[in-house]
Design a binder for this molecule. Sequence first.
Ligand code: DC
Length: 226
Amino acid sequence: MSQVQAPVVTVDGPGGSGKGTVTQMLARELGWHLLDSGALYRLTALAAIRQGVALDDESALVDVAATLDVSFEPTPPGEPAKVILAGEDVTSEIRTEICGDNASRVAVMQPVRDALLQRQRDFRQAPGLVADGRDMGTVVFPDAPVKIFLTASAEERARRRYNQLKEAGVDVNMSALLEEIRVRDERDMNRSAAPLKPADDAQVIDSTGLSIKEVLDRCMAAVSQA
Ligand code: DC
């Protein structure tokens, strides 16, 4: 008997495009589940370091990815889900710049991506899923009825990240941040395994100069037109 699949809205794009905030709001508004696929790559990198696995040891990294002991615990609306790795709360630890950079390194390896594929697809449950990532619309959920590609200029993304970090009391240098963003974009867009690019049927939204509310309204409009 064929099973009807729960609907999915994919939201792909570079870091700092507003994806994280928008996908959380979208999931809440729709009452759907949320997949933060970037967290899985961050967790793979973090678990590897903790297990003493080198970030260029592909086959060991595949084992780490395939056996990740992770759970996402719901939190009050507006807060990111609590991320538990092997019983430990790593919600803040996986958000550091270094963990993001390490995630981007392990994410270039196709076998690592393959090891995380089914885990991501398992998030597709009724009543629906909002999936945040780089390849949600192109690889993980190619049949998603709504695909959004959210972008913003590198300068705007660096400015947003700068403000976030400053608010969190972290001392940062704007030009170093911009350079890091450019390097990570370059790596994410030019890798051969699932490069960051809009799906052919994605609606591209440039969030430069738009408020979160404006971006959310555009996403909701895309969902209601589907
Ligand atoms: O969205 P994020 O910053 O948490 O993602 C961290 C890194 O993981 C990012 O640099 C690229 C990688 N990533 C990926 O390759 N594919 C995804 N679907 C999500 C993230």
